[in-house]
Ligand binder design. Structure first.
Ligand code: DQA
Length: 152
């Protein structure tokens, strides 16, 4: 099973038009296509999902069990508020990497707190689309390690 899930939270559908000085000119579609192609080159497939609704993101996280080897997740503003998303990640065995386009630590103090980070494998922030690519590489690496553990 070589499948990854890319999840993007609220307002990420407005990428490319939203605060371009912070988030750049890439549209969500550009981002998803690029990440999908990148994953395919590495021998993985990727499903992409974006929602402005907390419950829909939680449903995707629950459904990921047994279906994906990892989730690249930009929870957007829910990062800073959602105990429900944190609990959902904690409830599944699938590794999650938290990604942010912008450097949240260089912005308003309310963005310095992540409810999500403590239940993720890691957090990548401030590297734009490169951060998403690095998250894909990290999940592939974790998956390989997992396979090796099983074989040894
Ligand atoms: C974001 C950072 C969040 O603080 C913000 O609410 C977002 C996007 C990022 O990708 O930089 O919507 O997750």
């Amino acid at each position: 099973m070589n499948r990854l899930l890319l999840l993007n939270g609220p307002n990420m559908n407005l990428l490319g038009t939203r605060e371009k000085d912070i988030y750049g000119a890439y549209s969500l579609e550009d981002l998803e296509n690029e990440l999908h192609q990148f994953s395919v080159k590495k021998g993985y497939t990727m499903d992409c999902f974006q929602s402005n609704h907390e419950g829909e993101l939680i449903d995707q996280i629950h459904a990921a069990s047994g279906k994906y080897v990892g989730i690249v997740f930009n929870p957007a503003a829910y990062t800073h508020t959602s105990i429900a998303i944190r609990d959902a990640i904690k409830a599944i065995q699938v590794p999650v990497i938290e990604v942010h386009m912008s450097n949240v630590y260089a912005r308003e103090t309310f963005r310095h707190t992540s409810m999500i980070a403590p239940v993720c494998e890691g957090q990548i922030t401030g590297l734009g689309i490169t951060g998403y690519r690095l998250a894909v590489l990290a999940l592939i690496d974790l998956n390989r390690k997992g396979e090796n553990d099983v074989n040894t």
